[in-house]
Design a protein around this ligand. Structure first.
Ligand code: ATP
Length: 363
């Protein structure tokens, strides 16, 4: 890795060179990736623009009125995995993370995805387009909601971007996804402000089954907002209390605000939610009863052990990674290596250890 100039670094993945934009700049968003040895259809250096940030609305009805007015929009389920951009560069299918790294693990899985869906055919027809989606299942990056998917890592398309970073109108994207056999996030349909009752029922159903929420998109693909469910916010709270000191303090209060606003606006039973909130907090702190370290456990499946080593090097940049085991397994009649590892959060480990030993602390 080489720092080329401020906010950029040059890296390579196998034989492919790339420049990663590490922070937002006036011209490029964080996570933009430039491939200096490839060109787009206009002959310019191939740039994969950072996936846009999506504004969150905190209140359902007024939020939708504010952002879509009388215009129709589509609703998609927001699924909880990690953001992946699939691209084809110098004849290679590569998977980019939100932060702009070529991910060795997702790239290896993308080869398997290409056997199941028409990714190669898509990139033959649209070589400088970008398939943006969520990777769900055996994630090495975040603890996720559990979806009913087979073992392994799975791709769900949610946007197609062109070489200028513009997102395709959603309904055109659904047609292309169907044409190339690429699975998408659940499509919930087209709505407008007059049909909020139907969308409200869908949200309640997503909430009841522990789903994350919805992303609403204007028909021209330029306007996106997200809205999440209270049980999903409470799951986040529960999952992150054990690493409390490594998470920014607004993480918890912002989610509590969202839960309260949803309960008020949707007229949910406050007694029931008081219980859910209390349970999430107590369950989130339950690891303190027999505390060893603040860590998250992951299980992933790789085809080659070198993929794990490359992934480990990438993830270890930010947090301490401990390998727990590697074992051979067979999946879809193919040999894989299952890797169990932990991400250890040092600040939380240290703080919880000292306070559980009885040491005092000035607030
Ligand atoms: P930000 O939007 O500010 O980048 P974030 O990185 O914290 O927020 P989230 O709050 O999880 O991410 O919400 C945005 C992410 O949701 C997207 O980057 C994408 O990975 C994911 N996502 C899941 N389902 C969809 C969908 N249907 N449409 C768009 N994004 C989706």
């Amino acid at each position: 890795m080489r720092v080329v100039q401020q906010h950029t670094e040059e890296r390579s993945f196998q034989s492919v060179r790339y420049i990663r934009i590490t922070d937002d700049t006036p011209t490029h968003s964080r996570g933009t990736v430039i491939f200096p040895d490839a060109v787009d259809r206009e002959g310019h250096i191939f740039t994969v623009w950072g996936f846009p940030r999506i504004k969150r609305i905190y209140v359902f009805k007024r939020g939708i009125q504010r952002y879509f007015k009388d215009a129709p929009f589509v609703a998609e389920e927001k699924i909880d995995g990690y953001n992946v951009r699939l691209v084809s560069v110098q004849g290679r299918l590569l998977a980019l993370t939100r932060g702009g790294f070529v991910c060795p693990y997702t790239t290896e899985w993308a080869e398997t995805w290409a056997e199941e869906m028409g990714l190669q055919e898509f990139f033959q027809d649209y070589p400088d387009y970008v398939l943006c989606g969520e990777a769900i299942g055996a994630s090495p990056y975040n603890v996720q909601r559990i979806y009913d998917v087979p073992p392994g890592l799975h791709f769900r398309l949610f946007d197609i971007a062109d070489y200028r970073g513009r997102l395709m109108p959603p309904e055109q994207k659904y047609l292309l996804a169907a044409q190339y056999g690429i699975p998408t996030v659940p499509q919930l349909g087209r709505f407008d402000v007059g049909q909020l009752a139907a969308l409200r029922d869908i949200l309640l159903e997503i909430n009841a089954r522990g789903g994350e929420g919805v992303v609403l998109k204007s028909l021209d693909g330029t306007r996106l907002v997200k809205y999440v469910t209270p049980l999903s916010d409470l799951t986040d709270i529960q999952d992150n209390l054990g690493v409390l000191f490594d998470v920014n303090s607004g993480y918890f209060t912002n989610r509590l605000l969202r839960v309260a606003l949803f309960v008020q606006e949707f007229g949910l039973d406050p007694e029931v939610y008081a219980q859910h909130i209390g349970q999430a907090i107590l369950a989130g702190f339950s690891p303190l009863q027999d505390f060893h370290q603040a860590a998250e456990e992951y299980t992933i499946l790789v085809r080659n052990i070198t993929t794990w080593h490359a992934l480990r090097a990438l993830v270890s940049d930010r947090v301490r990674v401990e390998e727990v085991y590697t074992r051979p397994v067979v999946l879809n009649r193919r040999p894989y290596i299952q890797v169990g590892f932990k991400r250890v959060f040092q600040k939380s480990t240290k703080r919880f250890r000292t306070l559980l030993k009885g040491y005092g602390h000035y607030d």
